[in-house]
Design a protein around this ligand. Structure first.
Ligand code: BGC
Length: 375
């Protein structure tokens, strides 16, 4: 018999699945937040982690509907992507505004609204989620393959470029979490069944070279920085270990990175993005508590991982909705109100928060994945 606490944690995982299912569009797109107008779009980054959670939970159809959506977005832009890759091959510079967007309408169209669009991580992250899914469930890949290979060739062509980071900021830098998602995506593409063997070898070699670049960067500092050449950390770096598995959890680089993140960015179990964060005053982000929890799972520290899960659960609204971030300990309290006035209250529910909760709950065995007869 599970204890009462586990029963509550499990119930929230089941509610999270229902919330994600209800917010998935017929197109397969996952809206970032159904109730926060600015997030009424589908992001490759958020969606990759949401699909990954659904896959871990055994929600095969939901995950595959999202992968269909991703492949469809890419397939529909094949000429454009080939054009961009050609320009990169010829050594031409490509303006940020010429690149693929980071978020699309649920129907897969670009939005006219201005946004910080040039972000490469999502085009890698969904490949990582797709390959893990295909392996986990032994599923056929054919219908996703064209879009997946195009996505991999796109990030392979532009991986060196500075771009907006996971938080859609600092386009002047080369972000380590973005490089991590790109390397994880290329490594995944190199392992997808059906990819031409020369291409697969090329993707694998590039992924290794990017990881090597990250190792060289850590030789300078001993830990992974937020961007190449910098020395601050960012909690999104947690994904490079227990999630993308580019660094083993006991790799001294990962240990040093996590130690620094814990010392600077973790308050009790809540995790801030980075020290200078001012968005909604710089609160503690639920998706990041999930990444920290997954790192603890990978490191064989289930108690610490469970603390993260329990912390996330404590942030739920009375109707079980998980927000993007919470404001009990703000890094920049005087910057909170301006965002509420600009965009409204903090995005709640955020599907990415529910997804990380589910992934961690499955990782901890708090929730068992659905088996075929339950689907
Ligand atoms: C975050 C992004 C996220 C988007 C949608 C932004 O505020 O910085 O990481 O993809 O919201 O959830």
């Amino acid at each position: 018999m599970p204890d009462a606490n586990t029963v509550l944690l499990r119930a929230l995982a089941a509610r999270s699945l229902a919330i994600i299912r209800a917010a998935q569009a017929p197109s397969g797109a996952y809206v970032a937040s159904p109730s926060f107008p600015v997030y009424g779009y589908s992001w490759f980054r958020d969606g990759a982690f949401i699909a990954d959670a659904m896959s871990r939970a055994g929600e095969i159809e939901s995950a595959e509907a999202f992968f269909d959506w991703c492949a469809g977005v890419l397939d529909a832009r094949i000429d454009r992507v080939e054009g961009l890759i050609d320009r990169a091959t010829r050594g031409e510079s490509v303006a940020a505004t010429d690149h693929l967007h980071t978020r699309y309408t649920l129907g897969g169209q670009e939005s006219d609204a201005e946004w910080w669009n040039f972000q490469l991580d999502g085009y890698g992250a969904w490949l990582w989620a797709l390959e893990a899914h295909v392996r986990r469930h032994g599923r056929p890949i054919e219908r996703f393959l064209g879009g997946a290979v195009l996505s991999a060739r796109y990030i392979e062509a532009f991986w060196r470029e500075p771009s907006y980071d996971w938080w859609e900021e600092h386009p002047e830098h080369r972000h380590v979490s973005t490089l991590g998602a790109v390397a994880a995506g290329l490594r995944a593409a190199s392992r997808l069944p059906g990819v031409d063997s020369d291409l697969a070898a090329r993707f694998g070699t590039r992924a290794d070279a990017i990881v090597e670049t990250l190792h060289e960067e850590t030789a300078r500092l001993g830990y992974l920085p937020k961007w190449l050449g910098g020395d601050a950390v960012d909690a999104s770096l947690l994904a490079l270990g227990g999630t993308f598995e580019l660094f083993a959890p006991d790799d001294p680089t990962m240990i040093a990175t996590v130690a620094r993140i814990e010392a600077e960015l973790v308050h009790a179990a809540g995790v801030h993005r980075y020290l200078d964060d001012t968005y909604y005053g710089g609160g503690e982000w639920l998706p990041l508590a999930g990444f920290l929890g997954l790192h603890h799972v990978a490191s064989g520290r289930p108690d610490a991982a469970r603390d993260e899960l329990a912390w996330m659960a404590r942030q739920a609204t009375p109707d079980d909705l998980l927000p993007e971030q919470v404001s009990a300990h703000l890094l920049a309290p005087d910057r909170y109100t301006e965002w509420v006035e600009r965009w409204g209250p903090i995005a709640t529910p955020l599907l990415w928060s529910h997804a990380m909760y589910v992934s961690l709950a499955v990782g901890l065995g708090v929730m068992a994945p659905l088996v075929a007869s339950e689907r």
